[in-house]
Design a protein around this ligand. Structure first.
Ligand SMILES: O=C(O)C(=O)C[C@]1(C(=O)O)C=C[C@@H](O)C=C1
Length: 364
């Protein structure tokens, strides 16, 4: 480097240092504002105060994305502000979220993507346990997988909503990359591959091609698989990068999923209702009379009020062989006028009618 480029570099770094000072001062000022907000909320609402406000957080993130002048990408900038708000909320009151453990699962990654790194994540052994902890008030929120783009819906999660009083307060989509990891260094020594049954299915093509003779063993979660493989010669796990880091495994092959667009959708569950944010979604649980045209009659009110449906899943209700329930997602908040009118109409057509929740469309 020449003397003049050295000077130029020093000068830009001095500017960066000065900007960091300004950022630090502004972030601290913002954090003090959050403390004031907490003080005001406690004054207004008393004991049952809700510090976490998803509709406000989403409004902040949308505004930041819209106002972003670049050169950083909108999503990148939103992630930075996601973390600032997460830290500010933790100052008001630390939030905790139950996820499908152990440490290092994609569900934990989804919880952190949604709430930011200041959330305290608590590992649960089963999806049932997540529901129970949140219902009992031991955790503020829970994060559960609901649908994978290659393997379809996680039916157990949907079934739990039939009997749970919990609401859906948000959704998170996560791009899923699977890696083959092992204490071994050589692919040719792998005799057993552990993973969650869905992940094994998502990597079927790669495993057929590169490890056709290895036994595939389904376990409770990808992180469980990594933990098991850690102590077993000749074993490997299919899991996310975080699991390799946590359990000290070598990554033998990266991104082995058959579908590169592999995405899993998670739901955030809690007791809190999310007020309208302007761009929301509503999830419903419905059941109709078991007669010709029953489903058609059920969906008519949506069309009549111009409400768009984005998803419909049917599940046996377990009350009788021919009795089905439908999980339906529509665009809009339950308090938006067309949605409210459609829901009133729908309720009259349904045997079972439950609004699982209205929540903001995710920005990240
Ligand atoms: O606006 C509020 O209600 C706040 O508590 C502040 C704040 C923020 O940092 O912007 C923090 C937590 C809430 O979930 C929403 C926003």
């Amino acid at each position: 480097m020449t003397a003049s480029s050295d000077e130029e570099l020093d000068a830009v770094r001095r500017r960066i240092d000065a900007i960091d000072q300004d950022l630090l001062r502004l972030i601290s000022e913002r954090a003090r504002c959050a403390q004031q907000v907490a003080h005001i909320k406690t004054g207004i609402e008393g004991g049952g105060v809700q510090f976490y406000r998803p509709e406000r957080e989403i409004a902040v993130l949308r505004r930041i994305k819209d106002a972003n002048p670049g050169p950083l990408d909108g999503e990148e900038v939103a992630r930075l502000f996601r973390e600032i708000m997460s830290a500010c909320l933790a100052l008001e009151r630390p939030l905790n979220a139950a996820f499908l453990g152990p440490e290092g699962t994609f569900t934990q990654a989804a919880a952190i993507k949604h709430f930011g790194h200041s959330v305290v994540t608590r590992a649960m052994a089963t999806i049932d346990e997540i529901f129970r902890e949140v219902e009992a008030g031991a955790c503020d929120f829970g994060v559960v997988p609901v649908e994978n783009s290659t393997e379809g819906v996680v039916s157990h999660t949907l079934d739990l909503f039939m009997s749970s009083p919990l609401r859906i307060t948000g959704e998170v989509s996560l791009r899923i990359h699977h890696h083959l990891m092992s204490p071994e260094s050589d692919l040719s020594t792998i005799r057993t591959v552990y993973s969650h049954q869905q992940s094994l299915a998502q990597c079927r093509g790669w495993l057929d091609r590169y490890l056709p003779h290895a036994e595939r063993v389904a376990v409770g979660s990808n992180a469980d698989a990594a933990r098991t493989a850690m102590n077993e010669p000749g074993a490997a796990a299919v899991a996310g990068l975080q699991a390799a880091e946590i359990y000290g495994l070598k990554v033998l092959a990266e991104r082995i999923e058959d579908d590169p667009g592999n995405t899993t959708r998670f739901l955030v569950i809690g007791k809190q209702d999310s007020p309208p944010s302007g761009q929301d979604k509503t999830s419903l649980l419905l059941s109709c009379r078991n007669q010709a045209g029953g489903l058609h009659a059920l969906l008519m009110p949506l069309a009549a009020h111009g409400v768009s449906m984005t998803r419909i899943e049917s599940r046996p209700s377990r009350r009788g062989i021919w009795d089905y329930v439908f999980f339906i997602d529509i665009i809009g908040h339950r308090q938006d006028l067309p949605v409210a009118a459609a829901l009133e109409h729908l309720q009259k057509e349904s045997l079972l009618f439950k609004v699982l929740g209205s929540y903001p469309l995710a920005v990240l």
